[in-house]
Design a protein around this ligand. Structure first.
Ligand SMILES: [Zn+2]
Length: 355
């Protein structure tokens, strides 16, 4: 062995060791494979048994029981449904997205809760009852349009268009006479019955008639009772007219410059409107007399008084009691002689008061 060096010998020994070891390893792998095969078979067998058992149990459960959703509202059971999705769609469509007139939005006071469970196959589900119970939880907010006159709501109508038409028509009918403060405001409520929404514009308009007619009358009356821009708000006394303006009597030298209204002695005399007392005292044939200046050259005189409660220079408010009815001066009985003067010239009081 000329080539068998020490190095080669070493290599030979290492190779033989490796050979021996790999033979041993091969035997081990073979045993392991066999064992795995055996255990796999056992596991599969077991799994088969388990699967069969499970299917058997499910089959029995399905025959005897059925899957449902138990529905509860605020902890209280309301029933069972088979199809939760179908119920939720119905709630959405018929309750929450209701197309009822005037509905602004609908909310559920209390949301339903669902629990999946099995119940006896004989148990009946009650979809309709459950739906109704959920519907009872619905709170609807309605929207409507209030038409107001001088900040007071006169009518409710369904739509903005109706409200606007009404306002336009009313303004056209009345605006020549009145400065109307008519406005529209959107109103939300949960109690639509309370608001009495009127179906037709015509009906809704009638709720304005009374107020508007009163306003027209009041305006007319105010215009009639206005002297040179001064509104005579108050009638001084109530009583019987005994002598009219410009009447001729042998008791007087000339025509009557005022209006006589008979009333018991002591009847309070109210000043027609606010002003300044320019005279209060004895005035010849007028007896005890009060003169009040109201501006714009308008003056009122109250004569034949029994009592004078004001003094020259006093500021008086409309309706304030300034004297009492009497029969002082050139008078034949208890009465108030009322004069209205513009720039010193007497005018007929009945053009403005006691018409
Ligand atoms: Zn008189």
């Amino acid at each position: 062995m000329p080539n068998l060096s020490i190095h080669n010998l070493k290599m030979l020994i290492i190779c033989s060791i490796i050979k021996k070891t790999s033979r041993k390893k091969g035997v081990c792998i073979f045993i392991l494979k066999k064992k795995i095969k055996h255990y796999t078979k056992e596991v599969l067998k077991m799994l088969n048994v388990v699967a069969f058992g499970a299917i058997f149990i499910i089959a029995i459960v399905l025959v005897k029981y059925k899957p449902v959703y138990k529905v509860t509202i605020s902890g209280e059971e309301v029933g069972y449904v088979t199809n939760k999705m179908e119920l939720e769609e119905k709630i959405q469509k018929e309750i929450l997205e209701s197309k009822e007139a005037n509905v602004a939005y609908t909310k559920l006071n209390c949301e339903p809760e669902y629990a999946f469970k099995f119940v006896s196959g004989l148990e009946e589900t009650n979809e309709e009852e459950v739906f109704m119970a959920i519907k009872e939880q619905a709170v609807t907010t309605y929207v409507m349009y209030a038409v107001t006159l001088n900040d007071e709501t006169k009518a409710y109508v369904d739509s903005m268009e109706e409200a606007q038409t009404m306002v336009d028509e009313l303004k056209q009918e009345y605006d020549q006479d009145l400065e109307l403060d008519i406005a529209i405001s959107q109103t939300y409520t949960q109690n639509i019955e309370e608001l009495n929404v009127l179906d037709s514009i015509e009906v809704a308009k009638t709720s304005f008639d009374e107020t508007l007619e009163t306003m027209v009358e009041e305006k007319k009356e105010k215009e009639e009772r206005t002297v040179n821009g001064i509104y005579l708000a108050v009638q001084p006394i109530s009583g019987t007219i005994t002598s009219r303006y410009a009447s001729i009597s042998r008791l007087r030298s000339g025509a009557h410059t005022g209006l006589d209204i008979a009333a018991p002695k002591g009847t309070p005399i109210k000043v027609v409107t606010s002003g300044t007392v320019t005279f209060s005292g004895w005035n010849g044939a007028y007896g005890k007399c009060i003169k009040v200046s109201h501006g714009n050259g308008v003056e009122t005189w109250y004569a034949h008084c029994s009592k004078l409660y004001v003094e020259a220079g006093d500021e008086v408010e409309a309706g304030e009691v300034i004297g009492a009815v009497g029969t002082t001066g050139n008078s034949t009985g208890n009465h108030l002689h009322l004069e209205i003067r513009i720039d010193g010239e007497p005018v007929n009081p009945q053009n403005y008061l006691y018409r």
